[in-house]
Design a protein around this ligand. Structure first.
Ligand code: AMP
Ligand code: MG
Length: 428
């Protein structure tokens, strides 16, 4: 256990090293391909088919024997007899002999006897015959069977996140049901006597538990299944019970609030009482310094229960701090936990700041705002309004966090700054 502040990149690397991904066998489920968007392939899948499935034409034109047309030119065209027409989906019926050709359309099967396509533009149709007006390259415009992928070879690797391109490949290979990792279950607890649900009347001194909703949305966006467990009062007994219950039903537990050094901040104490190893207690970032990361040792395997050690994140209660901590530290862990083979870490890009960015210089400072692709390249605009970590109102519209490094107090407007992506960039 260390009470010292850990640099953000070190904390991220440590957290990733503690994550044990879901098990490719125990945590596998088979789902219809239509539901596969964003899911993670649990098994490397092989191609059951050759791609292309047969030699076929890449163009509309005529399938020929190359030897027949090797000498063709506009001055001395070669005339071939058109013995068949092969639209897409039709099997050729004839073996093409010397002096013959078949009319062929894009994607159609090459008839036996032919090896080359002459494109339509270099021909002149004459009734039952066709004039070939130029000599093609040998094997021109033929897509050869298995030249893209051979049956039995690997098609897509385990750990790949499925999006439209991969889903198209799976569909083409007739993988109508796909083996994916189940979504990791992430329990979410909010701690604090002052919290109420959005649909409850608000008494003086109370605030709404926005973190539960924000964290559930973030978990979902990261491919997890949020398990919202509600508001837990600042009472050690209630907290112990809630955390113990969360551990039995989740692969990862998030709580917000109660990790500072205030009189009612019980989370760390309870975690230790429950047998956790407290690995991180503070990170050198602003906002989000109080961050508890704890590991619960493996439990006895029992049906439905997770065997691997469970990771616990005690996030700060401030709404902005909670989000920043999630983006910077929890999301990479969930991406690894979910079985993705790579691409766990946040993406940082360089952008030109539109305003002065001010920081204390002691901790890596994350300033929220908007990253846009413009004619001047990537630009970062600081969110308007107060940059207090208690102000969540100006978080709306945030798609990026500018990162001011330790030791820097000012990034002047117009200068480059590293920006961490937390949403989609638009073109402006
Ligand atoms: P704490 O970390 O418990 O000291 O909380 C820090 C600040 O964040 C306090 O002002 C809390 O009222 C606020 N806060 C704590 N939890 C939540 C929550 N779930 N939703 C919104 N604000 C919260
Ligand atoms: Mg609190």
């Amino acid at each position: 256990m260390s009470a010292s502040m850990i640099p953000a990149d070190v904390a991220e690397a440590q957290i990733l090293s503690w994550v044990q991904p879901l098990d490719p066998e125990r945590d596998l489920e088979t789902i219809p391909l239509f539901q596969a968007m964003g899911r993670v392939l649990a098994t490397t899948v092989q191609s059951p088919l050759d791609f292309p499935h047969w030699d076929n034409s890449a163009m509309d034109g005529y399938a020929v024997r190359y030897a027949d047309v090797a000498e063709a030119s506009a001055e001395t065209p070669v005339i071939l007899t058109v013995v068949e027409e092969i639209p897409a989906g039709k099997t050729p019926q004839r073996i093409i002999q010397s002096g013959e050709t078949a009319r062929i359309l894009t994607g159609s099967m090459l008839p036996l006897g032919t090896d080359t396509i002459v494109i339509q533009e270099e021909t002149q149709r004459q009734g039952d015959g066709v004039e070939i007006l130029a000599a093609p390259e040998p094997q021109a415009f033929v897509r050869h069977r298995a030249s893209f992928r051979r049956a039995g070879d690997d098609l897509l690797a385990a750990g790949l996140e499925l999006h439209a391109p991969e889903i198209a490949v799976l569909a083409a290979a007739q993988w109508a049901q796909v083996p994916v990792y189940r979504r990791p279950r992430v329990a979410i607890l909010s701690t604090g006597d002052e919290l109420v649900m959005p649909d409850q009347p608000l008494q003086p001194g109370q605030i709404v538990d926005s973190n539960q909703y924000a964290l559930a949305a973030l978990v979902q966006a990261a491919g997890g299944e949020p398990v919202p467990l509600g508001i837990i009062p600042d009472d050690p007994e209630a907290l112990r019970e809630a955390i113990a219950a969360a551990l039995t039903q989740a692969d990862c537990v998030l709580s917000s609030g109660g990790v500072s050094v205030g009189d009612y901040d019980y989370v760390d104490r309870i975690l230790m009482e429950l047998g956790a190893v407290l690995e991180i207690r503070a990170v050198a970032v602003k906002p989000g310094k109080p961050l508890t990361v704890a590991r619960f040792p493996s439990s006895e395997p029992s049906p439905g229960q997770r065997v691997a050690p469970t990771l616990y994140f005690g996030l700060p209660g401030n709404p902005v701090s909670a989000l920043v901590s999630f983006w910077r530290f929890v999301e990479p862990a969930l991406r690894k936990l979910s079985g993705r083979a790579a691409g766990w870490s946040p993406v940082f890009v360089e952008a030109r700041s539109q305003q002065d960015l001010k920081a204390g210089g002691q901790r890596e400072t994350y300033l929220w705002g908007h990253l846009a692709s413009t004619d001047q390249g990537l630009t970062f605009s600081l969110a308007g309004g107060s940059h207090s970590s208690g102000n969540l109102i100006n978080l709306a519209g945030t798609n990026a966090l500018a990162v001011v490094p330790v030791g820097t107090r000012l990034v002047a407007a117009g200068n480059p700054v590293a920006v961490m992506l937390v949403g989609r960039i638009g073109k402006y």
